[in-house]
Design a protein. Structure first.
Length: 69
């Protein structure tokens, strides 16, 4: 579990709420996609709007990370 802790900690060693939120959002999208794909019996596509939200939050976090230094 050390790898998970290193993902959700910020530079000061505290928990980062934005990292936790991004992780939960990503796992949630994957979980819903997996459920729908299994339930329908075919690989469903993820809507473009959801992909845009995921890419947007990742980009914001990346920019924020460089701003912390």
């Amino acid at each position: 579990m050390n790898w998970l802790q290193s993902i959700i900690e910020d530079n000061s060693g505290g928990l980062s709420s934005i990292r936790i939120l991004m992780l939960i959002w990503g796992i949630g999208v994957f979980g819903v996609w997996l459920y729908v794909s299994i339930h329908t019996g075919s690989m469903s596509s993820v809507p473009d709007s959801i992909i845009t939200i995921l890419l947007g939050t990742t980009a914001v976090k990346t920019v924020q990370r460089f701003g912390e230094k």
